[in-house]
Design a binder for this molecule. Structure first.
Ligand SMILES: [Zn+2]
Length: 116
């Protein structure tokens, strides 16, 4: 699997952080639209929930970045595969842990606490 070494990894980390901030802004705007058009349409509720979930994940990823722990799996502490982060910059878990969490039916909520 591809992992970028030292300096290249650091600049790639900055790039991912920039992507995360952009994503956070976009999600904020999207969420604001949902709230403004709060028309009580049940069909739109899952979409709004999806935006909120994504916003939480991006925010937690940025918080991890602040603590210098961005890109580390919240479950096993191993570095998350770089290719996975490129596809999913807010990923909190490495792929094996993510799969285990999903197959185990474990909720994504509260994942930040697992890092301690
Ligand atoms: Zn893991």
């Amino acid at each position: 699997m591809t992992r970028l070494p030292g300096p290249a990894g650091a600049s790639a980390g900055r790039e991912l952080k920039r992507l995360l901030r952009e994503r956070q802004c976009a999600l904020h705007r999207e969420w604001a639209l949902h709230v403004r058009h709060d028309i009580g349409d049940d069909d739109l509720l899952p979409a709004r929930q999806h935006v909120e979930d994504a916003l939480v994940q991006v925010t937690q990823a940025l918080e991890r970045a602040e603590r210098g722990r961005y890109g580390l799996c919240v479950c096993c502490n191993r570095p998350i595969d770089f290719q996975r982060l490129l596809v999913h910059p807010a990923a909190a878990r490495c792929w094996p842990c993510q799969q285990a969490a999903e197959s185990g039916g474990e909720a994504l909520a509260g994942e930040a606490d697992l890092a301690h």
